[in-house]
Design a binder for this molecule. Structure first.
Ligand SMILES: Nc1ncnc2c1ncn2[C@@H]1O[C@H](COP(=O)(O)OP(=O)(O)OP(=O)(O)O)[C@@H](O)[C@H]1O
Length: 250
C-alpha cells in the first residue's frame, strides 16, 4: 500500500527552484532510498515529507503530499501531529545534553505522558527497538554525550521511536559513523521496516543497494528514475541513472 503520495511537488528557495514536479508514491513498511549527486534536492525533498521546510525562510511549496488521503500542505493540517507521525533522524547524531533516559522521555512528556511506569516502559521499548538497550540499560541516568557516535545515532532513532511514528525520515544517518556503527544502523533499518516506513537519503550507493526496497535517482531537483532497487542497480532504464550508478557521472 502507498502511505504517501507526492503529486506535482515543486519547491523554491527564493527564486531558486530546488524541486521540480516530483510525483512519487512511497510504499508502506518498506525502505525507500533517495540517491543522487550533491545539491540535487534529496534532503529538500525529504524535508517536504514532514514539512520541515516550513522552518526555513523564503520557501514556497506547490503541489500535494497526500498522507492517508489528506494533503499535509493544507493550512488546516496539524503540523505538530504530522511531525509526531512522521519522525526524522539527521546526519549528525544530535542527542540532547542530558541523560539517556531523559532523551527518550522528552517527546512522550511533551505529548502529555507523565506516569513514571509508562515512561519506563517507553524507554525500554524504544531502546530495544533501536537495538541499544543491552548496551545502555545499566547507565540510563548517565549523559547521552558519553555514548559513542554510533550509539548516539541509535539513541536518536530510539528517541524518534518513542513518539510512535508511522514513517521515519533519515537524512544520511550513517555518514558520520564508522563502518561497524554503520553496519549496526543498517541492520537496524532492516528491522525497522517490519513496523515502520523508512525514507532514507544516502550518498552511499552500496548502502542504498543493500538496505532499500525502492530507489529514486535525483538530478537537479527532478526524479530521473524511481523503481525497485534491484532494477535501478541492475537494469536502469535511463542512461543518466546508469552513468551515475556506474560512477561515470560528473
Ligand atoms: N536553506 C536553504 N536555502 C537556500 N537554498 C537551499 C537551502 N537548502 C538547500 N538549498 C539549495 O537547494 C538545492 C538542493 O539542496 P539539497 O540540500 O536538498 O540537496 P542534496 O541532494 O540533499 O545535497 P547533499 O547531498 O549535498 O546534501 C541546492 O541548490 C541547495 O543549494
Amino acid at each position: 500500500m502507498d502511505i504517501l503520495k507526492v503529486n506535482d511537488l515543486n519547491l523554491h528557495y527564493g527564486k531558486n527552484r530546488a524541486i521540480k514536479n516530483i510525483n512519487m508514491n512511497i510504499k508502506e513498511k518498506a525502505v525507500t532510498a533517495l540517491i543522487g549527486p550533491s545539491g540535487c534536492g534529496k534532503s529538500t525533498f525529504l524535508r517536504c515529507l514532514n514539512r520541515m521546510n516550513d522552518l526555513i525562510d523564503n520557501v514556497t511549496v506547490k503541489g500535494e503530499v497526500m498522507f492517508e488521503d489528506n494533503n499535509i500542505y493544507l493550512n488546516s493540517y496539524d503540523v505538530n501531529e504530522l511531525r509526531k507521525r512522521i519522525g526524522m533522524v539527521f546526519q549528525k547524531p544530535n542527542p540532547f545534553p542530558t541523560s539517556i533516559y531523559n532523551n527518550i522521555t522528552y517527546g512522550p512528556k511533551l505529548h502529555g505522558i507523565k506516569d513514571k511506569k509508562r515512561l519506563d516502559e517507553i524507554v525500554e521499548k524504544s531502546l530495544k527497538g533501536a537495538a541499544l538497550w543491552e548496551e545502555v540499560k545499566d547507565r540510563l541516568d548517565k549523559s547521552a554525550m558519553g555514548l559513542s557516535g554510533g550509539q548516539q545515532q541509535r539513541l536518536c532513532i530510539a528517541r524518534t521511536l518513542a513518539i510512535e511514528p508511522e514513517i521515519i525520515l533519515m537524512d544520511e544517518p550513517t555518514s558520520a559513523l564508522d563502518p561497524i556503527s554503520t553496519t549496526k544502523v543498517e541492520e537496524l533499518i532492516q528491522e525497522l521496516k517490519k513496523k515502520y516506513t523508512v525514507v532514507i537519503v544516502t550518498h552511499n550507493m552500496q548502502q542504498a543497494a543493500r538496505i532499500s526496497d525502492y530507489t529514486a535517482f535525483f538530478l537537479t531537483g527532478e526524479v530521473v528514475e524511481f523503481n525497485n532497487t534491484d532494477d535501478i542497480f541492475t537494469n536502469p532504464l535511463d542512461k543518466r541513472t546508469e552513468d551515475y550508478i556506474t560512477g561515470r557521472f560528473g
